[in-house]
Design a protein around this ligand. Structure first.
Ligand SMILES: C[S@@+](CC[C@H](N)C(=O)[O-])C[C@H]1O[C@@H](n2cnc3c(N)ncnc32)[C@H](O)[C@@H]1O
Length: 231
């Protein structure tokens, strides 16, 4: 697990470095990817922005952020900059394993005088926050990198830091779908292999000890869950 966390952090750090130089890591793939029969699907998802599911209006509508609420974004990437999260009236807490991501977010918030609760570099399965601290939260586009053991620990941690009845959105890969298979190939090329190895049924059984599922939707390569925390 440690090795995988290091690989993921390194890969996203590289993406930030490239981004600062104006290079998009999703451009210029080798021909084994661009010639893949599912590659046009990937391009469609990119155009329609279903690659970055955090920006979906369904998420903000479900979480319904309000002044005084604390919101935790686990695997936050640059959501604050590009997914409209800076405009939410809740207080933003972002966690990411990529130190360069957190560094860039600090620069961005300072430069633009944006107040946040916290921006923290750590893994989502071991956060520094108090038990029952958050009203709303999400973990989108991250669990696909990890095997069962990590996913279990992460879900337990999400449950620990969420208040009882807190609303939470997360997603897992829709394994076997053409959308996920091409995304997986690309993520592997980028140095972050998807390692999710639970069936949907196994995941839902595990999840049901900590959260009630209010709604479930297939979004591009992922299955998104709209949850309420139970304690
Ligand atoms: C595909 S991006 C998703 C970003 C955003 N949530 C979205 O949906 O657009 C995955 C992000 O999760 C972060 N990440 C991956 N594994 C993590 C972990 N174990 N703990 C914290 N962050 C993690 C990565 O560094 C990266 O910034």
């Amino acid at each position: 697990m440690k090795k995988q966390l290091e690989l993921i952090a390194k890969s996203y750090d590289r993406g930030i470095d490239l981004g600062r130089r104006g290079i998009d890591s999703y451009d210029n793939f080798p021909s084994y990817i661009t010639n893949h029969p599912n590659y046009p699907l990937f391009q469609q998802m990119r155009m329609s922005e279903t690659l970055s599911d955090s920006a979906r209006k369904e998420i903000v509508e479900y979480l319904a952020p309000k002044i005084g609420m604390k919101f935790i974004d686990l695997g936050c990437c640059l959501n604050l900059m590009f997914s409209g999260y800076k405009d939410w009236s809740s207080t933003y807490y972002g966690v990411d394993i990529s130190s360069k991501t957190i560094e860039l977010l600090h620069e961005y918030t300072e430069k633009n005088h944006i107040t946040v609760g916290d921006l923290h570099c750590c893994s989502m399965h071991e956060t520094p926050y108090d038990t029952s601290f958050f009203d709303i939260g999400e973990c989108v586009g991250s669990l696909e990198y990890f095997e069962k053991d990590f996913v279990q620990q992460a879900v337990v941690e999400f449950s620990r830091i969420m208040k009882s009845n807190g609303r939470f959105v997360l997603d897992i890969p829709n394994i076997g779908s053409p959308e996920f298979e091409i995304t997986k190939l690309i993520e592997e090329y980028l140095g972050r292999k998807d390692r999710f190895n639970l069936t949907v049924e196994e995941f839902e059984t595990m999840l049901s000890a900590y959260f009630v599922t209010e709604k479930k939707e297939i979004v591009g390569p992922m299955i998104q869950y709209f949850l309420v925390s139970i304690k």
